[in-house]
Design a protein around this ligand. Structure first.
Ligand code: RIB
Ligand code: CA
Length: 315
């Protein structure tokens, strides 16, 4: 059954990989729109990156709408040091000269959802800070009955990347995340517990770099940046966090997760943005927030699936 999806993202190298995988599987995922949010880079840069990616991947029919330039309350702090000055590492994609379909991403999200044919629903796939999604649900609550699932990259049952307990997307806008996690819409949380272990090896990245196909080579350039960025340790894999979302939508059988209560730490302390996952099954079952936290993944099958998707652009 073909699933309607909307990608809300901050491209971002791993956002770009998620988009390429979704675009390679349009018979399974109908990408209705892309909305952008400041995160990896400023809103101008991530929006321009999204416009360049849809052009480069040959999916020009997918509209791109510019979303929130900053979190609900806090200042935006771009992750420049780990995504590069453009947000796509050292990869320079052709400029399109095009403007976004809308400068009001949240309104565009609501319009796109509310004009779905009767009986159809949409899955939201946020892979950046949750600012747009929180605003959408607060300003246009009538969209909730048309959203069947939110499959997001963010958080962690254990650990963090920006801090010991904060994962970047949640840490950037904790208040937005708390709104989304308590929206009552079913959520799959693709957190660092699985995304840290899903990615490409140095050899696989080098092989993409040496490939003459423009798309494969470009994704080699993008992911090669990870090999030189701080969180990467030689011999490990370069984690491609965001691509786990669209992978779960097509192959949930490759993952194991548990439904549990998730609270977001909205303090300014050392645990800012921590997703507090309650594993105590006996605790307050009535408070179940409908969040399925992914805990294990078949990383080999996922990696093979991703490489097949990227190399399919050679055909
Ligand atoms: O923590 C990883 C997440 O932060 C990914 O979505 C990456 O693109 C950045 O947005
Ligand atoms: Ca992202």
């Amino acid at each position: 059954m073909r699933r309607n999806i909307i990608l809300d993202c901050d491209p971002g190298i791993d956002d770009a990989v998620a988009l390429a995988i979704a675009a390679a599987h349009r018979e399974e995922l109908k990408l209705l729109a892309i909305t952008t949010v400041a995160g990896n880079q400023t809103i101008d840069r991530v929006t321009n990156n999204a416009l360049k990616l849809v052009n480069f991947l040959g999916i020009k029919d997918v509209p791109v709408a510019r979303g929130s330039a900053a979190p609900l309350i806090r200042e935006v702090i771009p992750a420049e040091d780990v995504r590069g000055s453009t947000g796509l590492g050292d990869c320079l994609l052709p400029e399109t000269g095009k403007a976004p379909a809308s400068e009001q991403g949240v309104v565009f999200l609501a319009d796109t959802i509310l004009k779905l044919p009767q009986g159809e629903t949409v899955t939201l796939v946020p892979t950046g800070p949750l600012t747009n999604i929180a605003l959408l649900l607060k300003v246009f609550p009538q969209v909730k009955k048309r959203i069947d699932l939110i499959c997001l990259m963010g958080g962690a049952a254990v650990g963090g990347n920006v801090t010991a307990t904060g994962e970047f997307n949640i840490w950037q806008d904790p208040e937005a995340a708390q709104i989304v996690f308590h929206s009552g819409i079913p959520i799959v949380m693709c957190g660092l517990d699985v995304t840290n272990y899903c990615g490409f090896t140095e050899t696989q990245i080098r092989e993409m770099l040496e490939n003459p196909n423009p798309v494969v080579h470009a994704y080699g350039e993008m992911t090669d940046f990870y090999l030189r960025s701080r969180p990467y340790c030689r011999g490990s894999i370069a984690a491609i966090h965001d691509a786990v979302t669209v992978t779960w939508l097509m192959h949930p059988e490759w993952f194991r997760g548990r439904e549990m209560q998730v609270e977001v730490d909205c303090s300014e302390g050392q645990n800012r943005g921590m997703t507090v996952c309650d594993f105590r099954e006996w605790a307050q079952p009535e408070k179940r927030s409908g969040v399925t936290v992914l805990l294990e993944a078949d990383t080999e099958k996922i990696q093979k699936f991703w490489l097949e998707a990227l190399y399919s652009y050679q055909n």
